[in-house]
Structures are given as C-alpha cells and as structure tokens.
Write a protein that binds this ligand. Structure first.
Ligand SMILES: [Mg+2]
Length: 301
C-alpha cells in the first residue's frame, strides 16, 4: 500500500514534528510505502487528502491531535480513503475511542499491519461531520476556555483550572431536545451527543457508545447545583456519572437541540456553531485503521 502520512506541526505543541524521526524509523520496518508531508493549515491538509487518490495513495495517516482528525473528516469522507492516526495531541481521545496502543512505537508497529473498521460518521446540521462527541453547555464552556488558553497551561491541572473558571460564571439553561421525534424540555447544565465514549481528554461521557451501531448516545445533565456538578465531575472519567438521578442517558438517530439562549456547540474539541442544531447519524461511514479490540459491535459479540 502507498500511505500518505500528514503531520500537523502545531498539534500537541509540536509533538508530531518532534517524534517524526522516530516515526519514520519505526514505519520503515513495514512493507508499505510511506510518504511524509507537513500541513501547516487545515485547508492545506484537506487539499492534500482530496488530491491523494489521483496520486495513487491507498490510505492516509494523520499525525496530530483530535482537532487534526476532526478537521480532516470532510475530506476523508469525500475521498472514501481509509485513515489511521498517530496520537500526538493533548487529549488524544480518538486514540482512546478506537483502542490504539498507548505509545507511538506500538502505534507504528500496528499501522504496519493495519486492519480496517467502518465507523459511523454523524454530522451537525447535515454539514459538519464529527467522530466523537458534539456538546453544548458546561462542557462546551470548559472547552472554550481550554482552547483560549492553549499554550498557557496544559494537562490535567490546566483542565481543572478551566473547569473552575467555567463554573464561576455558568448558568443552567432551558433546552428543547427532540430525539427521533420525541421532545422533552429541561433546564440543563449540558447536553452531549456521542458517537464514541470519550471526549475532553479522557472523559467517558457515554460509556455505552459504540462507533458502528448507527445510533448516537445522549447524555443530558439536568440542572444541579454548582457544588453537585463539581462533586459529580470526577466520576465522568470512569463513566460512573450515568447513574446520578439528574443525569439522563438516551439514544437516537436524529437529535435536535433548541434553546432561546445563545449557546455555542462544540464537537471533537472544536467550535462547531451555535444552537439550534440537529445531529444525525445517517448511513455515512468512514474507514479507520484500528486494532481489533476497537469499540465496535463485533467486539461485543
Ligand atoms: Mg453509536
């Protein structure tokens, strides 16, 4: 196979670039033919992907973060090329979601003998595809602060600072959520629509989400006190928040979220518009180079 490796030089504060020598050495042990290209902007990355079939390229490997994967999705979907991922970002939830090995060397070994999985590719307002989770409310506000402070502080401590800052000014809001035609109205802290279990750097918001079952999993955190939100927050890293009486889990294929208040929607860590939104899982899929222990229907059999 001829495989194009696209490196995002800014992901993870330059990690993809720093690890490039090692990646080239590890991948050179495979029988495939790898071409390495650096893309400084997401437009450049998408045009490289769109041009890949004409160059006889059989697969893409994205070396970057969750944002890199998210921004590549429209071009990946258009070409129908399978893609693999070398996690070099801050959160690396895509790696968690598809069950990639924890270190880059093992990842390279795995990519030398890849297997393909077909995953659902849901979209927002029939336009913006996302692969992990789309969300509005408290988690979106934390995301907005984390993106605004990129480079100032990273890691878990940085994230906790963003949570506390977001909590200070946060107010619950009223939404109308329609799941496959059934509508409910609630005052909520947040609504998350998940194609995959993990987002936000290891938060297991929808533990039961499966990436190829044609269904989106929804987590609705109803209005609770700030103290209670903070108390429940650590549980999301294990996915044990789901039993809380004010947290509702649901599933559906079309989820519409409307509010009278202006609220930003985020998806896969990136700003993805404002309410109202409709998240749908159609029959659109992507092919991913993923290990056999990936979170799929097959793996549950
Ligand atoms: Mg699903």
């Amino acid at each position: 196979m001829k495989i194009l490796v696209i490196i995002n030089p800014v992901a993870g504060s330059g990690k993809a670039l720093r690890r490039l020598t090692g990646v080239k050495r590890w991948l050179s042990q495979s029988s495939h033919d790898f071409i390495y290209e650096i893309s400084s902007t997401s437009d450049e990355m998408r045009s490289k992907i769109r041009g890949a079939p004409a160059r006889g390229i059989d697969a893409i490997i994205l070396s970057g973060g969750d944002g890199t994967v998210h921004q590549a999705l429209p071009a990946i979907a258009e070409t129908g090329l399978p893609f693999g991922y070398l996690p070099c970002g801050r959160g690396n939830d895509f790696a968690r979601n598809i069950g990639l090995p924890p270190d880059l060397k093992s990842n390279c070994a795995f990519l030398s003998t890849p297997s393909f999985h077909r995953f659902d590719l849901p979209s927002i307002n029939q336009k913006t595809p996302f692969v992990a989770v789309a969300y509005v409310g408290f988690d979106g506000e934390v995301n907005r602060l984390a993106n605004a402070h990129k480079g100032y502080f990273g890691g878990t401590l940085g994230y906790i600072i963003c949570v506390l800052k977001a909590l200070k000014n946060f107010k619950p809001f009223e939404v109308e959520i329609t799941i496959d035609g059934h509508t409910l109205r609630e005052r909520v802290m947040m609504v998350s629509v998940a194609n995959a279990p993990f987002y936000g750097g290891g938060m297991k918001i929808a533990p039961q989400a499966i990436m190829d079952d044609g269904v989106l999993d929804i987590c609705i955190v109803k209005e609770i006190s700030k103290f209670e939100l903070l108390r429940q927050f650590p549980k999301v890293f294990k996915g044990t928040h789901v039993t809380h009486p004010r947290i509702m889990m649901a599933a559906g294929r079309t989820i519409k979220i409307v509010s009278n208040e202006e609220r930003d929607l985020f998806a896969d860590g990136e700003h993805a518009g404002k309410l109202p939104v409709e998240c749908t899982v159609n029959n659109r899929t992507i092919r991913v180079l993923a290990p056999s222990n990936t979170n799929t229907l097959d793996s549950l059999k």
